[in-house]
Design a protein around this ligand. Structure first.
Ligand SMILES: NC(=O)c1ccc[n+]([C@@H]2O[C@H](COP(=O)([O-])OP(=O)(O)OC[C@H]3O[C@@H](n4cnc5c(N)ncnc54)[C@H](O)[C@@H]3O)[C@@H](O)[C@H]2O)c1
Length: 341
């Protein structure tokens, strides 16, 4: 296969980043984009010299030149968009989650597995150098057996107002499916074990209006894993200092912490405000390189007929846990997760 031709669906916050990365990659061509807002399509076409633009996703996947699609549309569309792309024999990179409805996600597993096309789910933390370094340490046994994992994902508070407006018109799937799903994936990846019990709580101190929309601005869950380990996740939309992602792993022979402070870089400022470490301001900045690496891995898998490490089962299991957290939050009870194996 010579140049791999990719179409990006959805040119929003993250879609524009994927489009930019794909356009700059060797051996790959950003051949088409589809997005509801045609102005953004035209701007993107001009910026990257793209051959085709579409407002309808369904029209883009009819393009016979395409080898693959990168789906970055709102999460509720993902199952339909994945299904249609695989039916057109296209390789699929899809942003997390596979979908918002568990049964829909479950039904996608045989569709994806029987397609013989590459399917890669966008859990970008797995391609972050620090998370990978920690994973190697854990796999080598450097910190012994994992007892506890604590993992946070906090969005900057400056995005809260726009989230409130967004939540009023759409469904994000709830804070666990939208945000904690990354922490859930890391817990499963690091421990190699499934989560069997969750107890979730949340509140709306910063945005009380979210209560009417069945959303919370802070969500937490305590979890028990099948191997006996314990996990605690917290997701929020209220970080005043920037974009805060942090994970701590306590093992029987040591502990490690990834990004204890969400540093922007290695600069420390000493001035009349004290000692200051500049902070990452958004996901695009914090995970800039991971978004490139995950698409490179997707392309490598297409070329070598390989299977990506992050697959449909990771998508299903993480969604099952996120949904259990949502149930626990709404029904104020411990939820046992029953997996169909
Ligand atoms: N991995 C991460 O770090 C991360 C970060 C942000 C978002 N995401 C995921 O990426 C996806 C998109 O999120 P976002 O924040 O970029 O959303 P967004 O609302 O900013 O953008 C969505 C875009 O999709 C377009 N769109 C909607 N329906 C479409 C359709 N049928 N066909 C073509 N385009 C369509 C809209 O015009 C919009 O431009 C979500 O699934 C989200 O969960 C992942």
């Amino acid at each position: 296969m010579d140049t791999i031709k990719i179409g990006v669906a959805g040119l929003g916050r993250l879609g524009l980043i994927h489009a930019h990365n794909i356009a700059g990659m060797k051996g790959v061509e950003l051949t088409a984009v589809s997005n509801l807002d045609n102005t953004v399509n035209q701007q993107t076409k001009e910026k990257y010299d793209i051959s085709y633009t579409y407002t309808a996703y369904e029209d883009m996947i009819q393009n016979e030149e395409l080898d693959a699609v990168c789906i970055v549309t709102p999460s509720g569309f993902h199952p339909d968009h994945i299904y249609k792309a695989l039916r057109k024999n296209l390789h699929v990179f899809c942003e997390k989650p596979i979908g918002l409805d568990i049964n829909e996600v479950r039904n996608m597993i045989p569709v994806i597995e029987q397609s013989n096309k590459v399917f890669h789910l966008g859990f970008m933390r797995r391609y972050d150098a620090d998370y990978m370094y920690a994973k190697d340490m854990i796999d080598r046994g450097d910190i012994g057996e994992i007892s506890i994992i604590r993992s946070y994902g906090l969005d900057p508070i400056e995005g809260l107002d726009s989230f409130v407006k967004y939540a009023a018109k759409n469904t994000s799937g709830g804070i666990f499916s939208d945000m904690s799903i990354h922490d859930i994936d890391i817990i499963r990846w690091y421990t190699g074990s499934e989560i069997k019990q969750v107890w979730a709580m949340g509140n709306n101190k910063a945005a009380p209006s979210l209560s009417e929309l069945n959303e919370v601005d802070i969500g937490t869950a305590t979890m028990k894993l099948e191997n006996g380990a314990i996990a605690f996740v917290a997701a929020g939309r209220t970080a005043n200092h920037g974009y805060h992602v942090e994970t701590e792993v306590i093992g029987t022979e040591g502990m490690l912490r990834i990004a204890a402070t969400p540093d922007k870089n290695k600069v420390t400022v000493f001035d009349n405000n004290g000692v200051i470490r500049p902070t990452s301001q958004n996901f695009a900045e914090r995970f800039r390189e991971s978004y490139v690496k995950e698409i490179e891995e997707f392309v490598r898998c297409i070329r070598n007929n390989d299977k990506p490490e992050v697959n449909a089962w990771d998508g299903l299991r993480s969604t099952e846990v996120a949904a259990a957290c949502q149930t626990s939050l709404e029904e104020e009870r411990l939820v046992e997760i029953q997996y169909e194996r």
